[in-house]
Every structure is written in C-alpha cells, then in structure tokens.
Design a protein around this ligand. Structure first.
Ligand code: H79
Length: 728
C-alpha cells in the first residue's frame, strides 16, 4: 500500500513538472532553426520577371499587389520535390540547433499542413499532395530535436477577415478568431509534442489573446507561447524582427533573426556575399542573446522546390563548427551574472564557471571583472585548453589575454572555480533610503501587439548593508500608486501589501531651484519601445540633420490634442536645469502609451492595457545638479487623436505605509525587493542580490503556473521607495 502511494505521488510530480512553465527544456535550447517556407517560396522575391524590392519576400503577395486568385493559382506550381525533412533536421543538428520552428501558415493563409478548415493547403491544393509539416514533425522526432510551429494570426485568404494592410497589425473579426481557434486546435492535436507556438502579427483583443492562450495550454500544457499573441499573454517575450535588447530580462525571451534583415522567405536575387563574415555576425548575435538570458531563433528560407540555399547551409555549418568547440559556454548557460555589461564582449555562466566572449581585445591585453568572490582553479582558452594567467584578489578577477591569437573567431575564455563563485551586488546601499536610483532594476518585455512592445519595469532589487537589528520598513509612494498591490521582500520575509497611506506629508519644490528650459519635438520612429535616446547621456537637439524642432509658446498647464495616425508617435525633449540634486514631480498626460527617460536613463514605460485614449500620471524625476533632459515618447496605438501635456508640479503628496518590523541578521547584504504583484510570478528567478552559480544549479529556476503570465499592468514603480527606522 505504502509503495503504491509512493508511485502515485511520483507520477503527480512528473505530471506537474512537465506542465510547469517556462519549460526548462525550452529555456535551455538557446539556438533553434526557424523555417519560412510557403507558396511565396515559389516566387522567390520575383513577380512578373522583376525583383520585388519592397517588403519581405514572404509577403510578396502584399508588396507586389498580386490578386488573391492569381496568388492562389501558384499552388499548382508548388511541388517541393527536393524537400528532405531528415536532411533539414541533420542540418539543424550540425548547426548546433535544438529545435525547428516552421511556418504552419503565414500571412498569405496558405497552410503547410493538411487543414480541415480550408482547401488552401499543401495536401489539397498542390501537386506535392503530402502533409509537409507532419513530415518535418516526424523527422524531428526521429532526430531527437524539438518541433515548433509559427502561426500567423492574420490571414489574407480567409474571406471573413480584414483585408491586406501595410502593417499586418489588423484586428480579428469574430469569425476569423473562431477559425484560428479551430486551426490551432488541429495543429496542437495532430502533430505530436510542440515545443513552442510562434504566434505572429494581428492585433487581438485581450479576450482573443486569452482564448488562444488557454486553448494551447489545455491541449499542450508544456508548449511555450510567444508574446506576439499580444496583450501580455506570453510564455516567452519576442523582440521585434532582428532586434537585440541591450539589457537582461527577468523572464524567458527570444530574438528571431533572418539571414539578411530584408527577408525571411526565399529571395532568389539576394546578394549574399561571403559566408565567413555572415558566420561571424550570427555567432556574435547568438552570444549577445544568450548572455542576456534569451534564445536565438535563426531563419532559413528554402526555395520553392524545397532545397536549402547553399549559402544558408554553409553559414549554419560554420556556426556549428564554432559551437562544437564552444558549446559549453552556450547550452544550459545563464545570463551574464554581473550587474553591468562589459565593453570588450559578453559573459555567460554555466555550472559555476564563467565564460568570457572576447569580441574586442582591450589594448592592455588584460580584462578585469570587479566584485566577484570564489576560488579560481584556472583560466583557459576554451577552444584549445591553452592556459591563461589569471588572478582573483580583493574581489577583482584579472585575466591576461596577451597570449590570445588574433585570428580566432570570437574566442571564449573559461574561468573555472573550485566550487562556484558569487558576484556582489552593484550598487550596494549603505545608509540612504532605497530608491529607484540605487536599485538594481529588473526588466521584462511587455507587448500588446508587434508595434506596441516595450521594455517594462517589473521590479527592483536592492542590496542593503546595515547592522543587524529590528527595523520598521516604510514604503513611500505618491497619489499615483494608492490602492496598488506590491510584494515587498525584506531579508527573506515576504509582505503582500496594498498601498494605502498610514501617513501623508506634503512636499514643496524649493522656489527658484528649477528652471524649465527649451522644449523640442520630433516624430517617433518604429515600434513604440524603440527610443533612440535611451542610454545617451546628452542629446544635442540643435545638431545639424537632427529631426528635433523647438516648440515655442508651450503652455505647461494645458493639455493639447492633435490628429495622429494609428501606430504614430511623437517624442518630446524637455530641458530642465536644477540648482541641486533633487527629486521633482511632473504631471504627464499621454495617449495609450508613454516611454520616459531622464538623462538617457529609463524612468518608466507603459501601455494602458485598457487602451485608454488619455491618461494622466504623476512622475517623480530624480534630477541631477545642472542640466537635465527629459525625453518622453508618446505613442498612439489605436485612436486618431494624441493627447499630451507636461506640467511641472510645485506641491505633491508623499504617502507612507509602515510595515511590521523585520529582524535582520548578520549577513553582509540584506536583500530587499519590490515587485508589482501581478508581475511577481515573472520574476521569481531572481532570488538574491548576490548572484551565485554552483556546479549543480539549474539554468532557470522559475516555475509558475501559466496563468500567472497574464497582463502586467503599469505600476509606476519609479515613484516607490523604501526606508527603514530602528524599532524599539
Ligand atoms: O514572418 C516574418 C515577417 O513576415 C513577420 N514576422 C517575421 C517573423 C512580420 N509581418 N509583419 N511584420 C513582421 C511587421 C514588420 C514590419 C516592418 Fe517592414 C519591417 C516594417 C519595416 C520593416 C516589412 C518590411 C514591412 C515593411 C518593410
């Protein structure tokens, strides 16, 4: 009896762990193959004998303006006789890729699998007559690699959907949504285990995103769902096409990349150039992604006859050669454990060792990493095992690279430790209050649709150095945050808190200490989350050729409205001079979305989940002494009017909420963290201000129920701070 019970509980554990998201297997894939293959491959980027230079070649129907019936007729020429799924799988494996994601259906609506719900599919409409997607799913299974599908949420062939647009971010009609549900259901039930579903484009309502999210979860609970489903229904965030974030993320994410930025589908006239530079470019991209904690999905676009373009297979083999020698720095690796990035390359961590990717050999021939503890057992060049001299003294690790050969492609230096290492927090807060300024921010990626993706702030961590004792924590916040729920963790004690004031004080701006300078504006470019001024310490709006225009006669207590197209944006630059380092308050009025930088540093970014037309918020701005620049990108997702206003505030309220006293022990640092309650599940992977890695640590420790991933609403965390007073 006892034995049976044990077996039962074991099976529960197994079942549960396969359901847990993010799938650890997915997180460890690191490098996968994307395949754009469809009717468009027959055109190869050429229409009526001429190269179509506008747009991506997989969207040739749209960019060349091909009538839908003419386009559909191409199906009778689609006979990919050279398609060989086993050799695709072996190509992926020799490139070091751990899964393959194929276009089950692109925007043209043509299905590469046998759909019951449309005849516009490879079995019923082409001379090929076989379920190509099934062939690939089976080949992946035989080859022992994971299989995933791309699914376009828009469909130019579906008669009850929106027509072709320039942007592909179209809504779904109720019928189209039902059609998608049925197609996703057949994909999820007839092709075995699917490691990820790569939803793409469209602009769904939150209910539609939720419906598809729940359907996939019900049918394949382990299948990772791409954030392009929209409305923050996301298992892994996806950057914009060929986009690489400059920051680490506290959630699973992926960059999908094409061989050439101009196209994903086969383009016969693509000028490809030399193989080797492309190999190096893609290795550098892979490293950039993995060192920031993401997965890299690299695309091939087979020809209409199913054959792989030799250039593409050569590039993949070249990457595979590098990975054969350097794979332990990539597979199973964790992001750079340091809090700052380095200018000579990138860093990953695996099984308690550090891997340093040397992109630019520093002139001194030496690199230094500060704030690390551990016992180094050796440093060597990973490819040859050649030892390098290294030293760890006073928490500074120095490695002498002068012996490194200049012609090795992206050399990797392995630093081994006797039993793991720990990286100290940066910054370390000693006496002051814990504020956004001295925090280690934790970023995620939020996305309502392709164009409305942005870097979101999901939490702050602090390393607080203080004597042991009993302390009363006090959370401070503005009117803006009243009623919001946060989770505060202090030295291991978790407090779930609703921000209700227990005391309030008024703050007055010291008269004459702040001068509002010139205001400039320019049209925004690209997706909402792309703000060129981020990390620029100073912007020169008067630089010849810049698009900044000075705004004169701006009334700071007025809210303006102006016509704007959907997906349009405006960026404002406000100069502010301060006599002292001080925090001031500003009332910002915006449309659906705002992205705010102060002196190039991220303050906040958010997109109203309710897509409100106009929102107002109070923002605290930590000014430095002297000249400051406030950059605000205002974005319009859906309406036709943009509302905006920037108003300096002279008096504002700071609320205080006292928590139960906490007892702090003798640790060198106390961890304090702040999370928006609805984002907490996304971030449980970060557990300590001291980042440690030991030989048996898992590569990603989050394990939460999928539903926890839903919409993270915008808490202006930048307005919240924590201070402590001694408790008697
Ligand atoms: O499948 C690939 C693309 O066809 C699909 N996503 C990837 C993985 C995609 N569909 N729409 N978009 C991506 C939005 C892209 C818009 C733009 Fe462009 C890319 C605007 C500018 C560059 C494509 C090329 C549209 C105009 C020029």
């Amino acid at each position: 009896m006892k034995r049976r019970f044990l077996l039962f509980s074991l099976s529960v554990v197994v079942a549960f762990s396969t359901f847990a998201k993010p799938s650890p297997r997915w997180v460890d894939q690191k490098f996968s193959m994307f395949i754009h293959f469809g009717l468009y491959s027959v055109y190869g980027g050429v229409y009526e004998g001429k190269p179509v230079t506008r747009g991506y070649s997989e969207q040739i129907q749209s960019f060349a303006g091909i009538f839908s019936d003419w386009y559909a007729n191409t199906a009778s020429d689609f006979n990919p006789v050279h398609w060989n799924p086993d050799s695709i799988v072996s190509l992926a494996k020799s490139a070091g890729m751990r899964s393959i994601v194929i276009t089950s259906k692109h925007h043209d609506g043509f299905c590469m699998y046998h759909s019951r719900y449309t005849g516009f599919n490879i079995v019923d409409a082409t001379p090929y007559g076989k379920d190509l997607m099934k062939e690939l799913a089976e080949a992946c299974k035989r080859g022992g690699i994971d299989f995933g599908v791309y699914f376009s949420l828009i469909d130019w062939n579906y008669p009850h959907g929106y027509p072709i647009s320039s942007h592909n971010a179209d809504p779904l009609t109720p019928q189209h949504y039902e059609f998608n549900l049925k197609q996703v259901e057949e994909i999820m039930t007839r092709y075995g285990d699917i490691s990820e579903i790569w939803f793409d484009m469209g602009s769904l309502t939150p209910e539609q995103s939720r419906g598809l999210y729940e359907l996939v979860n019900r049918l394949q609970p382990g299948c990772m769902i791409s954030g392009r489903l929209g409305n923050d229904y996301v298992d892994f965030a996806v950057m914009a096409d060929n986009e690489y974030p400059e920051y680490k993320m506290g959630m699973p994410w992926q960059t999908a990349a094409s061989m050439f930025n101009e196209t994903w589908g086969y383009r016969s006239w693509q000028e490809r150039g030399e193989v080797q530079p492309k190999v190096e470019e893609k290795i550098a991209s892979l490293v950039k992604v993995v060192s920031r904690g993401g997965n890299y999905l690299l695309n091939i676009g087979p020809r209409g006859d199913g054959s792989v373009v030799p250039f593409e297979s050569e590039v993949l083999h070249g990457i595979g050669e590098w990975l054969k020698v350097n794979g332990e720095a990539i597979y199973g690796a964790k992001a750079n454990p340091f809090h700052q990035s380095v200018d000579w390359g990138d860093i990953t961590s695996n099984k308690g060792n550090l891997y340093l990717f040397i992109e630019d050999l520093p002139g001194t021939g030496k690199i230094e990493l500060k704030g690390i503890d551990g016992t180094v057992s050796g440093a060597s060049l990973l490819s040859s095992g050649e030892p390098l001299s290294s030293r760890l003294r006073n928490r500074v690790l120095t490695i002498d690279l002068s012996g490194l050969s200049a012609d090795e492609v992206l050399p990797v230096v392995k630093v081994s430790f006797r039993n793991g290492y720990s990286v100290l927090p940066d910054p370390i807060v000693k006496r002051e209050a814990l504020t956004p300024r001295n925090a280690m921010p934790l970023f995620g990626h939020s996305s309502l649709n392709y164009y409305a993706g942005y870097k979101s702030l999901i939490g702050y961590d602090w390393a607080w150095q203080h004597r042991p004792g009993r302390y009363v924590p006090e959370i401070r916040f503005t009117d803006q945050e009243v009623g919001r729920q946060v989770v505060v963790e202090i030295g291991g004690t978790r407090h779930e808190v609703t921000l209700e004031p227990t005391a309030t004080t008024g703050v007055t701006l010291s008269p004459g200490t702040v001068r509002w300078g010139s205001l400039y504006r320019k049209p925004g470019r690209g997706v909402f989350g792309n703000v060129e001024e981020e990390r620029a310490r100073e912007v020169n709006p008067k630089q010849p050729g810049s698009r900044w225009v000075e705004v004169t006669g701006f009334c700071y207590d007025e809210v303006y409205s102006e016509p704007i197209l959907p997906r349009g944006s405006v960026v404002f630059l406000q100069e502010i001079e301060s006599l002292a380092e001080q925090t001031i308050a500003v009332k910002l009025t915006s449309g659906n979305a705002a992205y705010v930088l102060l002196n190039g540093e991220y303050i906040t970014a958010h997109f109203s989940p309710q897509r409100v037309e106009k929102q107002e918020e109070l923002l605290l701005l930590p000014l430095r002494e002297g000249k400051n620049q406030l950059v605000v990108k205002l974005y319009n997702g859906f309406g036709n009017l943009l509302h905006y206003g920037i108003e300096p505030i002279e008096e504002w309220a700071i609320h205080t909420l006292k928590l139960e006293p906490v007892r702090l022990g003798r640790q060198e640092f106390h961890r304090v963290s702040l999370r928006a309650a609805d984002a907490e599940a996304l971030t449980s992977s970060v557990a300590s201000p001291v980042v440690t890695d030991v030989p048996d640590a898992p590569s990603f420790s989050t394990s939460v129920s999928p539903a926890a991933y839903s919409a993270v609403s915008p808490l202006r965390m930048s307005n919240v701070s924590i201070s402590f007073s001694a408790s008697r």
